[in-house]
Design a protein around this ligand. Structure first.
Ligand SMILES: Nc1nc2c(ncn2[C@@H]2O[C@H](COP(=O)(O)OP(=O)(O)OP(=O)(O)O)[C@@H](O)[C@H]2O)c(=O)[nH]1
Length: 360
């Protein structure tokens, strides 16, 4: 009997749409199915990888830059090779693209791979229900991403009303006729939509879209008729057609605690172009020594309390992603948040501003 090939699913979606949340949901709900995860962070601090690690035995991280622009695909090939070795006993591989990746480039890399043990498993595009209309207006490329998706997850459904939901479903149906669209909150979709291993006759229409054999057999060129202008990405184009061409990421690491009031001032006055902030913060204040994950997506801001691992260094690590922003001013703003040597930590009530945005 022919050896079963391991499907490789690309999980894409604009910055902050909920890819990592969805991936963690899949990892938590995979039952006996072993998932190998490849996480591609845009910034050099691998926040996504850190958010996924611990949930999965097999994860590799491709940090610092969009994978879709990798001139040399050998790193990805190497990881896929590692994950597809029989000893890893992986059933399905999920590549979480960076929020600025061009999914069609990733798909091409997978289709071009010489690895006989893997097969392209489809594109899942995560759409942020609350932000999609605005993001689309500035990034028409997103329409193309939705158009080539095999499954669209309309995530953050909890953040919109019924009318907006109907409108969005209509828009998505126009952009990608016939493609299944699954509304979800916090990425909670049925994992079977992605890695159904039932015989094909039993498949529903939605699952058939993601049938791995179907996708593998489909003509690559047909699937990418609307490919971006940057067709020869691996041969040194300037990626001008890519979403991330205008974006930059700014990293901040501090071993000193961060002052909550100064951080809130910084966050409250963040410039419009600064679309995404993610990372972890250490305030060091009595009663609030948790590891605070922070996420900003557009106007949305949340802190989430979690625990530090036993020997984990208490570090603040932030990645800011934006366009048209003054990177120097942002860095200087973050530097001011550090509690400098000899400076006393703020009193407990200085945390109130942060706690207003903390998930209960
Ligand atoms: N209200 C709401 N928030 C969500 C939902 N899904 C994700 N979030 C939040 O949105 C923020 C971003 O989620 P992530 O999963 O990190 O998004 P991402 O697409 O991986 O982000 P990038 O890697 O930066 O592109 C986090 O604060 C999540 O908790 C949802 O369905 N509803």
């Amino acid at each position: 009997m022919a050896k079963r090939q391991i499907p490789v699913i690309v999980l894409a979606g604009f910055l902050g749409s909920g890819k990592t949340t969805l991936l963690n949901h899949l990892l938590g709900r995979s039952g006996g199915t072993r998932i190998g995860a490849v996480v591609n962070d845009f910034g050099s601090i691998e926040i996504d990888a850190m958010s996924v690690a611990g949930q999965v035995d097999s994860m590799v991280s491709l940090g610092n830059g969009c994978l879709c622009c990798a001139v040399d695909t050998s790193e990805l090939d190497g990881f896929l090779e590692k994950l597809s070795r029989p000893a890893a006993r992986i059933d399905v591989i999920v590549i979480e693209a960076s929020g600025l990746a061009e999914p069609q480039e990733l798909i091409r890399m997978i289709l071009a791979s010489d690895n006989k043990d893997i097969v392209y498993g489809g594109l899942v595009e995560v759409v942020d229900a609350a932000e999609f209309a605005a993001t689309r207006a500035t990034h028409p490329e997103l329409d193309r991403h939705v158009a080539i998706a095999d499954l669209v997850v309309l995530n953050k459904a909890d953040r919109i009303g019924d009318e907006a939901r109907r409108d969005l479903l209509g828009t998505l149906a126009e952009l990608s006729p016939g493609t299944p669209v699954v509304p979800a909150s916090y990425g909670r979709i049925d994992p079977e939509l992605l890695f159904d291993r039932k015989p094909r006759e039993e498949d529903t229409a939605a699952v058939r879209q993601l049938s791995f054999e179907d996708l593998h057999d489909s003509d690559e060129d047909d699937a990418h008729d609307d490919a971006p202008t940057c067709h020869d990405c691996h041969d040194g184009c300037d990626h001008g057609g890519h979403l991330h061409a205008a974006y930059e990421s700014i990293e901040f690491v501090s071993a000193e605690p961060v002052d909550p009031r100064r951080l809130m001032e910084f966050l409250d006055s963040r410039p419009e172009g600064l679309y995404r902030i993610k990372g972890f913060v250490y305030f060091g204040i009595a009663g609030h020594k948790h590891k605070f994950a922070v996420h900003a997506v557009g106007d949305f801001l949340r802190f989430y309390r979690s625990s530090w691992a036993r020997a984990e260094e208490r570090l603040t690590q932030l990645v800011l992603i934006g366009r048209g922003v003054d990177a120097g001013a942002l860095r200087a703003g973050l530097e001011r948040c550090r509690v400098t040597e000899g400076e006393p930590l703020a009193e407990e009530h200085a945390m109130w501003g942060v706690l207003r945005y903390a998930q209960a």
